[in-house]
Design a protein around this ligand. Structure first.
Ligand code: GLY
Length: 316
C-alpha cells in the first residue's frame, strides 16, 4: 500500500531560536504549511509526484521569503542568476536550467527542458522559445536580499570564523551561512508509486557572476529513481557537487543495501561534513519512508502524507 507524501525544504544554516524573530518564524512556518497542503491536494487527487514537486517549487519560487525565484539572492555584481532542476523517477528523465535572470519560474523552465527538448541542461536561450513567463530581473529583488549582499560585501577579504569555528575568507560573510546560501526543493511519492524531485535557487549571496552551484546539477542537488529514492539538497553547493550528494544517497541504497535513513545520514554527516559541506537534504523512498537529515543548526522543512496534517520544522 503506497503512502503518497510531499516533502519540502527552503534552506539550511545557522538558524538559532534567539536570532529569529517570532514574526519571521511564524511567516516561515505558515508559508511552509500552506505549500505542503497545496501539494498534498495534488497527490490526494491522484496527481503525479512530478506535478506535486513542480507546483511545490513553483509556489516556493513565488514566495519572497525564500532564495529562489522572487526573493533570490544577489551576485557580487548586484544581478540575479537563478538555477533549477527536476527529475522524474519513473523514467529518470531530467531537465535543468542555469544562470537565468528573466524566467519567472525556473522550475517550469527545467520541466520544459525535460519534456520539450532532447537535452538535459540549458542556459537562458532555451526559455525564450517556450512561452514561459518572462520578467525583468528586478522582479526577483527584495530589500532584505540587497541588505544581505551589502553585509557580505562589507566583510569581504576579512578572515572570519564561521559558526563552527572554521576559518572562512571566501565570501567574507562572518555570521550566518543561511544568509549566503538557501535553496528550495521538493520530493514526492504518488499513489502510483512514482517518485520525483525538484530543486531551485538564486545561489549564493555575493557569488561571482557565472558561478553555478549544485541545484541545477542532476545527481548533485537533485535526483530521483523510482527503484530507490527522490532527493533534493540544500547547502554549500560546491561540496554537494564534489560529493555527488543526491545520487550518492540512491547509490548507497542500491549498491550497499542501506536504508534511506542510513544512506541520508552517511552522506550528510560522513561525506559532506568532513569537506566542510554544510546543509542537508530531503528524501523519500519508494516505500514512502522519508528522511530530512542536516548537519547545520537548522533546516527549514516540512512534509505531509495524504490524509494527514502538514508538519513543519526549523530547528533540531
Ligand atoms: N545549494 C545552492 C548553491 O550552492 O547554489
Amino acid at each position: 500500500m503506497v503512502k503518497p507524501v510531499i516533502v519540502i525544504h527552503v534552506g539550511a544554516g545557522a538558524l538559532t531560536r534567539s536570532a529569529m524573530s517570532a514574526e519571521k518564524e511564524q511567516a516561515y512556518r505558515e508559508a511552509l504549511k500552506a505549500i505542503v497542503a497545496s501539494s498534498q491536494q495534488i497527490l490526494s487527487q491522484s496527481g503525479s509526484a512530478l506535478d506535486a514537486v513542480t507546483e511545490a517549487v513553483r509556489l516556493l519560487e513565488e514566495c519572497p521569503l525564500f532564495n529562489a525565484g522572487h526573493g533570490s539572492v544577489f551576485t557580487h555584481d548586484e544581478t540575479h542568476e537563478l538555477d533549477a532542476s527536476i527529475m522524474d523517477g519513473r523514467t529518470r528523465d531530467a531537465g535543468a536550467i542555469s544562470c537565468v535572470s528573466h524566467i519567472r519560474n525556473p522550475v517550469l523552465a527545467a520541466r520544459a527542458v525535460m519534456e520539450q527538448s532532447q537535452h538535459v541542461m540549458f542556459t537562458a536561450a532555451f526559455a525564450r522559445k517556450q512561452g514561459l513567463g518572462m520578467v525583468e530581473p528586478d522582479f526577483f529583488s527584495t530589500d532584505a536580499r540587497r541588505e544581505q549582499l551589502h553585509h557580505a560585501q562589507a566583510g569581504e577579504g576579512r578572515v572570519v570564523l564561521d559558526h563552527d569555528g572554521r576559518r572562512d575568507v571566501a565570501q567574507g560573510d562572518p555570521i550566518d551561512p543561511e544568509r549566503k546560501y538557501g535553496t528550495v526543493g521538493a520530493v514526492a511519492l504518488d499513489s502510483a508509486g512514482n517518485l520525483a524531485a525538484a530543486t531551485s535557487t538564486g545561489g549564493m549571496t555575493n557569488k561571482q557572476a557565472g558561478r553555478v552551484g549544485d541545484s541545477p546539477i542532476v545527481g548533485a542537488g537533485c535526483y530521483a529513481n523510482k527503484n530507490t529514492v527522490a532527493v533534493s539538497c540544500t547547502g554549500t553547493g560546491e561540496v554537494f557537487i564534489r560529493c555527488v550528494a543526491a545520487y550518492d544517497v540512491s547509490a548507497l541504497m542500491d549498491y550497499a543495501g542501506l536504508t534511506l535513513e542510513q544512506a541520508g545520514e552517511r552522506v550528510v554527516m560522513e561525506k559532506l561534513l568532513p569537506l566542510d559541506g554544510s546543509g542537508g537534504l530531503i528524501a523519500v523512498d519508494k516505500a514512502g519512508n522519508i528522511a530530512l537529515p542536516f548537519n547545520s543548526e537548522g533546516m527549514y522543512r516540512g512534509y505531509g502524507y495524504v490524509g494527514q496534517a502538514p508538519w513543519v520544522g526549523i530547528y533540531r
